[in-house]
Unconditional design. Structure first.
Lengths: 430, 321
C-alpha cells in the first residue's frame, strides 16, 4: 500500500485542485481524501505495511501520456530501446507512451505489435503502440489494422511521413471509422518538403539552408480535414507547427468534427531564428516562425490544441555528428517536456490546470480514453514540482541518445516521481 | 589593429574594420603578382590542407598557387578521389587530414555550415572556400578589393546583383561585406530566385524582376552564374532567362558610364552575359581572378604566418577544451 500525502491534487477530469492524500493498493487508487493529521496510517491501513510518499509542496496529477514518440525498437537499438526510452519517459513524468511504428520491421502486423508489447512488459512506463496505416508504411496497401488493434495498438499512423496518397488516406479513414481507431497523420506536402531542412524564412536565407514554407504542413492538414469529414473518422494531427494548420483544426472543431492535434515542446519553445549549424536544431516539422510559435501557445491555452506530445526522436550521436543537411531529423524530448511546459506556466501564458490537461485528459481523449484520480482508477500518477531548480544535461539522460537542443538549459520545475500501475517507476532525488 | 582572426568562416560576423584590414594586407600581394619571380619564403615549412569536397577548379588552383607563392606546401583532397566516395564521414575525413598536421584547412563543401562544423571540431584554423548556399568569404574579399581599386571606395555604392540570388553563396557574402559599407543593393532575377526575406535583413535592399530597373544608376553590376544544375528544380527555360536577364551592352548602358561588371566565374558566355560585355572595358572579371591570389595570400599569411595565433604556445582557452 502506498500513501501519497500532502500533495496538491490536480485532476482535470473532475476539476479538482485541492490538498488531498491519495492511497494506492496494488495497481489501483483506493482512496482519495483530505490529509489526516499526524503520521498514523489511520483508518485505511488496517495494519498493512504502508509506504508513504511525501508530496508536500508537489502537484499530484494523473499519469502523463505521450501520444508521440520513437522508441526505435525493434531495429534501431543503437539509438534507443523500449527499456531506455521508457526509463527516460518515466524520468519525464510520463506513465504511458505511444511509440510510432517506423521501426524495422515497421509495426504493421499483429506479430510486431505483440513483440513490442512483450518487450514492454518490463518497461518503466506503459507502452501503447501505434500501428502503421499502410503495409510497411509504404503508402500502398492497408496494414493489418484490425489484427493490430486486437493485439493492442491504440491508433494508426505512417509517421515519419504522411499517409502517401489522398485515396489511401480515405481508405484508411473509412476503415478506421468502423474500428473506432484514430488516424494520426504527419502532415506534409511531399514536393514542398523535398530537400528542405528547416522552415523557409529570414534564417534559412541567412544560413543558406533549404527552407520549406508553412504551407508544406497546412496543405496536408487541409487535405486530411476534408477526408476526415467525408469519412467521419477521428483525425489527429501530429506535431502541428503552423498557424494555418491550427486554424484548420480550429475550424474543424467548430464544425463539430472529431479532429484533434498535438504540439511538441520544442515547437512552443523555440523558433526558426534559434536554428544554428547544430543538428540538434534539426527536426521535422522544423522550428516555425516566432509568429507561428505565438499562435501555438495561444492554441495550447484556448483548447484548440489537445495534447503536448514530445515526438521524442533519438538518434545515436554519430548519425547527428555530420553536416546539417545530411543529419537525420529529430530531437529527444521526454525529460524536458514538463519543464518546458512549466516555462509557459511561469510566464503566465498557460494556466497550470490547463497544462496538466494537455499531458493527461487531453491525450487520453484523443485515444478515446479517460484519465482521472478517483477510487478504482489505475494508479498512474505524476508528481511534479513547479519550482524545483535543475539543469538538463543530455549526457546524464536515461535515453541512449543525446540529440536535445535543450542540453544545459536551466529549468524551474520538474517531475519528482512517476507512479505506473501503483509502482514507483521513477523518483527524483531532491 | 582589429581583433585577430582565427578562422575565416563567413563575412557576416566580421566588422568593417576587420575587412579593411584584410584588404589592406592584400595590397602588397597585388603588387607581388607582377613580379617576374613569384616566390616568397614567408610560409616555408608550413602546410595548407586543401579539402575540396565539391568540384572546383579556380578556387582550388587559386588557394594552391597562393600557398605555393608564399613558400607553403599543400595537401590536396579532392571529392572525386577521396574516401568520401567510400562512405567516410566528413568528420573522419578532416580528422584524418588534421592528423597529418597541416597548419590550416581550406574547405569547400556542398553543405551550408560545413566549415563552421569542421571549425567547431578541430583546433586548427579553417578557411571557408565556399559552403553550400551559405558563404564564399574569399570571393567577397577579392570582389571588394577589385571594387575598391576601380571605384576608390566601398562606401555607399549602388550594387546590382543579377541571377539566382537565393542559391548563391557569392551573393550572400558580397551583400554581407558591402552592406557593412552602406552599399545599396538591387537584386534582380526570376522572382523565385530573389528571396523577399532580404528586404527585412537590415540591409538596404530592393528587389525587381525587371533588368532595366535594376541597372539604372548602378555603380557595380555583379552577374551570377546560372547554375544549370539547379534549372531542373523546377525547370526554367534557358532561352527565357537569356531573354529577360542576360547582361547585354544595350542593357549595360542603363548603368552609370563608369559602372563595373563583375562575375565570380565560371561564366557562360551567351547565357548570363553577352561576350561583348564580358570582354568590354567595364569588365573586371580577370582582375577579380588575379586579386583572388592576393586576398588568399594575405589570408594565409595572417592565419598561419609568423606571429599568427597558431605559432603561439597554446593558451588557457585551449587548455579548457
Amino acid at each position: 500500500m502506498l500513501r501519497i500525502k500532502n500533495g496538491r491534487v490536480i485532476d482535470p477530469a473532475s476539476g479538482t485542485d485541492a490538498m488531498l492524500d491519495v492511497w494506492v493498493e496494488g495497481d489501483r487508487i483506493t482512496r482519495v481524501a483530505p490529509p489526516v493529521g499526524g503520521n498514523a496510517a489511520g483508518d485505511a491501513g488496517g495494519g498493512a505495511q504502508v509506504e508513504t510518499l511525501d508530496a508536500t509542496g508537489l502537484c499530484v496529477a494523473p499519469g502523463f501520456i505521450d501520444l508521440h514518440c520513437h522508441l526505435r525498437e525493434p531495429g534501431f537499438e543503437s539509438s534507443e530501446t523500449i527499456e531506455t526510452g521508457t526509463r527516460a519517459a518515466a524520468r519525464g513524468g510520463f506513465t504511458a507512451v505511444c511509440p510510432m511504428p517506423n521501426t524495422r520491421p515497421v509495426n504493421d502486423s499483429a506479430s510486431v505489435t505483440r513483440g513490442i508489447l512483450e518487450r514492454a512488459a518490463t518497461a518503466s512506463t506503459r507502452v501503447w503502440p501505434i500501428g502503421a496505416a499502410s503495409a510497411g508504411s509504404k503508402g500502398e496497401a492497408l496494414a493489418e489494422i484490425a489484427a493490430m488493434q486486437q493485439a493492442g495498438i491504440v491508433a494508426v499512423s505512417d509517421d515519419g511521413k504522411p499517409i502517401a496518397t489522398t485515396k489511401l488516406l480515405r481508405q484508411v479513414m473509412d476503415y478506421c471509422r468502423a474500428l473506432d481507431l484514430p488516424v494520426i497523420d504527419h502532415c506534409e506536402d511531399a514536393s514542398l518538403f523535398a530537400g528542405a531542412v528547416m522552415r523557409e524564412g529570414r534564417q534559412s536565407l541567412r544560413l543558406g539552408l533549404r527552407g520549406m514554407p508553412a504551407a508544406t504542413e497546412s496543405i496536408a492538414v487541409c487535405r486530411d480535414v476534408q477526408i476526415a469529414e467525408l469519412s467521419d473518422c477521428r483525425l489527429h494531427i501530429a506535431h502541428l507547427s503552423a498557424r494555418a494548420s491550427l486554424e484548420l483544426v480550429r475550424g474543424a472543431k467548430q464544425k463539430g468534427m472529431r479532429v484533434t492535434c498535438e504540439v511538441t515542446p520544442h515547437h512552443f519553445t523555440l523558433c526558426d531564428d534559434d536554428v544554428v549549424y547544430d543538428t540538434r536544431f534539426k527536426m521535422n516539422p522544423p522550428l516555425a516562425s516566432a509568429e507561428d510559435r505565438a499562435t501555438l501557445i495561444e492554441g495550447l491555452a484556448d483548447g484548440t490544441v489537445d495534447a503536448i506530445a514530445t515526438d521524442h526522436a533519438p538518434h545515436e550521436p554519430a548519425s547527428k555528428d555530420v553536416e546539417f543537411d545530411r543529419a537525420p531529423f529529430g530531437v529527444t524530448g521526454f525529460e524536458t517536456a514538463l519543464a518546458l511546459a512549466l516555462e509557459l506556466v511561469h510566464a503566465s501564458k498557460l494556466p497550470l490546470a490547463r497544462m496538466v490537461e494537455l499531458f493527461t485528459t487531453g491525450p487520453a481523449r484523443v485515444l478515446g480514453r479517460t484519465r482521472r484520480i478517483a477510487v478504482g482508477e489505475p494508479a498512474d500518477l505524476t508528481l511534479f514540482s513547479t519550482d524545483h531548480a535543475w539543469t538538463f544535461r543530455a549526457s546524464e539522460s536515461a535515453s541512449k541518445s543525446r540529440n536535445s537542443p535543450f542540453d544545459g538549459r536551466a529549468f524551474r520545475g520538474a517531475p519528482m516521481a512517476t507512479i505506473v500501475a501503483g509502482r514507483i517507476a521513477y523518483r527524483r532525488e531532491a | 589593429m582589429p581583433e585577430r582572426l582565427r578562422h575565416l568562416l563567413a563575412i557576416e560576423p566580421l566588422t568593417a574594420e576587420q575587412i579593411v584590414f584584410l584588404l589592406d594586407e592584400a595590397k602588397p600581394f597585388q603588387e607581388f603578382q607582377r613580379y617576374p619571380l613569384k616566390k616568397l619564403a614567408t610560409l616555408r615549412g608550413k602546410t595548407a590542407a586543401l579539402a575540396f569536397f565539391e568540384p572546383s577548379t579556380r578556387t582550388r588552383i587559386s588557394f594552391a598557387t597562393a600557398a605555393s607563392r608564399l613558400g607553403a606546401d599543400t595537401m590536396n583532397l579532392q571529392a572525386e578521389t577521396s574516401s568520401l566516395k567510400k562512405g567516410e564521414s566528413l568528420l573522419d575525413t578532416v580528422r584524418t587530414l588534421d592528423a597529418m598536421k597541416p597548419d590550416c584547412i581550406v574547405i569547400r563543401h556542398s553543405s551550408s555550415g560545413a566549415a563552421d562544423f569542421v571549425a567547431s571540431r578541430l583546433e586548427i584554423p579553417i578557411i571557408n572556400a565556399g559552403d553550400g548556399m551559405h558563404e564564399h568569404p574569399t570571393q567577397a574579399l577579392l570582389d571588394a578589393l577589385t571594387i575598391r581599386d576601380r571605384r576608390g571606395s566601398l562606401e555607399g555604392l549602388r550594387v546590382t546583383i543579377i541571377g539566382d540570388i537565393l542559391h548563391s553563396r557569392v551573393a550572400r557574402s558580397n551583400m554581407h561585406l558591402l552592406g557593412k559599407f552602406g552599399c545599396h543593393f538591387t537584386l534582380c532575377g526570376p522572382a523565385m530566385w530573389v528571396p523577399r526575406e532580404w528586404e527585412c535583413s537590415g540591409l538596404r535592399v530592393r528587389r525587381t524582376s525587371r533588368i532595366a530597373d535594376a541597372l539604372e544608376g548602378a555603380d557595380v553590376v555583379i552577374v551570377l552564374r546560372v547554375q544549370q544544375e539547379r534549372l531542373h528544380e523546377p525547370a526554367l527555360p534557358l532561352d527565357e532567362y537569356i531573354l529577360l536577364y542576360q547582361l547585354t551592352p544595350e542593357r549595360l548602358r542603363l548603368a552609370r558610364p563608369d559602372a563595373i561588371v563583375m562575375h565570380p566565374g565560371p561564366m557562360i558566355r551567351g547565357l548570363e552575359i553577352d561576350p561583348a560585355v564580358a570582354d568590354g572595358p567595364q569588365s573586371c572579371i580577370l582582375e577579380q581572378v588575379t586579386n583572388g591570389l592576393a586576398v588568399r595570400m594575405a589570408l594565409l599569411f595572417l592565419l598561419i604566418g609568423t606571429g599568427s595565433e597558431s605559432d603561439q604556445p597554446k593558451g588557457s582557452t585551449h587548455a579548457a577544451d
